[in-house]
Design a protein around this ligand. Structure first.
Ligand SMILES: Cc1cc2nc3c(=O)[nH]c(=O)nc-3n(C[C@H](O)[C@H](O)[C@H](O)COP(=O)(O)OP(=O)(O)OC[C@H]3O[C@@H](n4cnc5c(N)ncnc54)[C@H](O)[C@@H]3O)c2cc1C
Length: 327
C-alpha cells in the first residue's frame, strides 16, 4: 500500500493537528484500511495519521457508571479484559466475534465503528447498549450517541449489503459517518451493565470461518422480580440504512413476560420495518427472511429458552440458533 506520508503522534493534540491537513486520514489497526489500500490503491495521496500510539486513545477505565474505552485499544486487549467482560458482557461478546486472533490483535474498536460497515460487530452492540462516542477535532470535543455515528445510506445497503465485503468509500467520512473533516473517535463510553440486566449478541455469517457477519443482532432487557420486562432495547446490523436502537413500539416487549409470542411479535415488527426501509438492500430477499429470525434468537436467549454463557454473568445465548436447525 502506498501513501503520501505516515505520521505517528503520541498525543491527541498532535493527532488533531496532523488531521488538520485536508489530505490526512486516521489509520488505527489498518485491518480495513490496508485491505482497501492494497486492492484499490486508494491512499496514494493521503497523509496517514497512525493513532495507535496516542496515549489518550488507549486503556480502559471505569467512572460514573461508564466503561471508558480508548478507541485505539486493540480488540484483543478488550477480549482479555476482565473489566470489559464483567461490566459489558454484550460488548465483550461482540468484539470477540470480530475476525480471528490475528485481526483482533491489530483491529481497534474506533476503527470498527468509524469504518461504518453496516454489519460490523461493534456498532450493533454499542447501539443496543446505548453507548456514547467521544469525538475530538480542532473545534474541541463532542459526545454523540452511537446511533448517530452512521449516516443513513441506502446506497450502502445496495452496494455493500455485506456480500460485497469491503466498502466502496475509501474514507468513511466522505459518505458514511457524521464525523467532520479532521475529527476522530477518541473514546467509546459504554454504560456499565445494570443490576438484573441480561444481554445477548448473535450473528449470522454466510461463511463459517472468520469474517464479517451477514446480519448481527444484540438485545438487552431488564425484568421485574415477577419476570415482566421493564426495559428492552435491541439493534440489528447489516439490514437498515443506519443502525438504530429498536425500542418502544418497534420492539414491543415492555410489560410482557418475554414469551415466544412476544418474541414473534418483535420479529414481525422488524420485518415490517425492513419492508418500509430496505427496498434496495443487497441480497434483500435473503436478509428479509433471516434478519427477523436472528433478532428472534437474540431475544429468545433472554427468555426461557436461553442459557447463561458460563463464567459471563448477564450474557445469554441459545444452545441451538434457529438457522442451525436447518443444517
Ligand atoms: C480477515 C478479516 C476479518 C474481519 N472480520 C471482521 C468481523 O468479523 N467483524 C467486523 O466487524 N469486522 C471485521 N473485519 C474488519 C476490521 O477488522 C474491523 O472493522 C476493525 O475493527 C477495524 O479496525 P482498525 O483499527 O483495523 O481500522 P483501520 O483499518 O485502521 O481503519 C478503518 C477506517 O476507520 C477510520 N478510523 C480508524 N480509527 C479511527 C478513529 N479512532 N477515529 C476516526 N476514524 C478512524 C480509518 O480512517 C479508516 O477509514 C475483518 C477484517 C479482516 C481483514
Amino acid at each position: 500500500m502506498i501513501a503520501a506520508s505516515y505520521a505517528c503522534p503520541n498525543t491527541l493534540e498532535e493527532a488533531v493537528a496532523a488531521l488538520a491537513d485536508p489530505a490526512a486520514m486516521v489509520i488505527a489497526g489498518g485491518t480495513d484500511l490496508m485491505v482497501k489500500g492494497r486492492t484499490r490503491n486508494s491512499y496514494v495521496a493521503r497523509a496517514l495519521v497512525d493513532v495507535t500510539g496516542v496515549n489518550e486513545m488507549r486503556g480502559v477505565t471505569v467512572h460514573d457508571g461508564l466503561l471508558d474505552i480508548g478507541a485505539a485499544e486493540p480488540l484483543a486487549s478488550l477480549v482479555e479484559s476482565k473489566v470489559v467482560r464483567s461490566l459489558s458482557p454484550v460488548l465483550w461478546q461482540a468484539v470477540r466475534s470480530v475476525g480471528g486472533v490475528q485481526t483482533r490483535n491489530r483491529a481497534t474498536l474506533g476503527g470498527n465503528l468509524a469504518n461504518a460497515c453496516p454489519a460490523a460487530d461493534g456498532i450493533c452492540a454499542c447501539v443496543a447498549l446505548g453507548a456514547l462516542i467521544k469525538v475530538v477535532g480542532s473545534q474541541g470535543e463532542r459526545t454523540i450517541d452511537a446511533s448517530e455515528l452512521f449516516r443513513p445510506c441506502p446506497a450502502c445497503l445496495a452496494h455493500e449489503g455485506m456480500l460485497v465485503r469491503t466498502c466502496l468509500f475509501a474514507d468513511p467520512r466522505e459518505k458514511k459517518t457524521t464525523l467532520e473533516p479532521g475529527e476522530l473517535i477518541a473514546r467509546v463510553l459504554v454504560p456499565q451493565r445494570a443490576e438484573g440486566e441480561l444481554g445477548s449478541y448473535v450473528r449470522l455469517s454466510t461463511n463459517r470461518g472468520i469474517g464479517l457477519a451477514s446480519v448481527t443482532a444484540s438485545a438487552i432487557v431488564v425484568r421485574e422480580q415477577d419476570g415482566t420486562v421493564r426495559l428492552a432495547r435491541a439493534c440489528v446490523g447489516g439490514v437498515l440504512p443506519a443502525p438504530r436502537a429498536l425500542e418502544g413500539s418497534e420492539l414491543p416487549l415492555v410489560g410482557t413476560k418475554l414469551e415466544n409470542a412476544d418474541v414473534l411479535r418483535c420479529s414481525k415488527s422488524l420485518g415490517t420495518i425492513m419492508d418500509e426501509e430496505c427496498s434496495r438492500l443487497a441480497n434483500g430477499s435473503y436478509k428479509r427472511r433471516v434478519a427477523p429470525v436472528v433478532l428472534g434468537d437474540a431475544l429468545r436467549a433472554l427468555g426461557q429458552e436461553g442459557e447463561d454463557v458460563p463464567g459471563v454473568p448477564g450474557l445469554r445465548r441459545i444452545a441451538v440458533p434457529s438457522w442451525e436447525e436447518d443444517r
